[in-house]
Design a protein around this ligand. Structure first.
Ligand code: G6P
Ligand code: MG
Length: 220
């Protein structure tokens, strides 16, 4: 039985969380309040629309539909200005090694992200060719922790859900992978991502031997 690998984007492949933060921080400032790094944790894996709703809650601001739409656009314009300047140097450590290893073994690879900017980011950092399928914020109706994004990815790869491995840095993402009955691997703080089957700080901790054990399904 074939094994498939699914990668989240923000915080797993590239550290775009800092750019999301800067863009939200700027908007909050304009609206007259401070948006902290700690609060930004709540935004990981969460859709742009939901993030703005949470931000307005934090600032205790009620918006008309028109204002809401304007701020959504404004945040994304600012975010895209950061993305514009990205290059391969912003790929997180050892991600290329892992992708290369899987490619060599002919393992199907998908992206499973809530971002509507996933494709341009992968293009910017030159990783697009590694992905057999891209499932992003434009192709899903239900946000993580709903498993939809990962189930579509598995189906696109032609792999059974239970034979998929998911790399995630968000709590909602780990929950989505678990709900899809996939092998969830947390990238980041194991105390935060304690629902994951396996935890690593980053990809430098993931050995070829471990990847091999996932492919052969003889991992514990
Ligand atoms: C990822 C990030 C979130 C972000 C979401 C939507 O899940 O972790 O912080 O809000 O994507 O991104 P977008 O690029 O569509 O605004
Ligand atoms: Mg993420």
């Amino acid at each position: 039985e074939k094994v498939g690998f699914i990668f989240d984007l923000d915080g797993v492949i590239v550290d775009t969380a800092k750019y999301h933060y800067l863009a939200w921080h700027k908007l909050a400032k304009e609206l007259g309040f401070e948006f902290t790094k700690e609060q930004n944790e709540l935004f990981k894996g969460v859709s742009r629309k939901r993030c703005l709703e949470i931000l307005l809650d934090i600032g205790n601001i009620s918006a008309t539909q028109e204002q809401f739409d304007t701020w959504m656009v404004e945040k994304n314009v600012d975010y895209l200005a950061y993305i514009e300047k990205m290059d391969a140097s912003e790929i997180l450590p050892d991600v290329p090694r892992v992708l290369e290893y899987l490619k060599k073994k002919n393992v199907p690879i998908a992206l499973g992200s809530a971002s509507k900017n996933a494709r341009p980011i992968l293009e910017k950092v030159d990783l697009l060719p590694y992905f057999d399928s891209i499932v992003d914020g434009n192709s899903v109706t239900k946000a993580k922790p709903d498993p939809e994004v990962f189930l579509i990815a598995a189906s696109n790869l032609g792999v059974t859900a239970s034979s998929c491995v998911v790399f995630e840095d968000a709590v909602a993402g780990i929950q989505a992978a678990n709900a899809a009955n996939m092998i969830s691997i947390g990238i980041g703080e194991d105390t935060i991502l304690n629902e994951a089957k396996y935890n690593f700080k980053d990809f430098t901790e993931i050995s070829d031997e471990f990847l091999e054990s996932l492919l052969n399904k003889n991992h514990k």
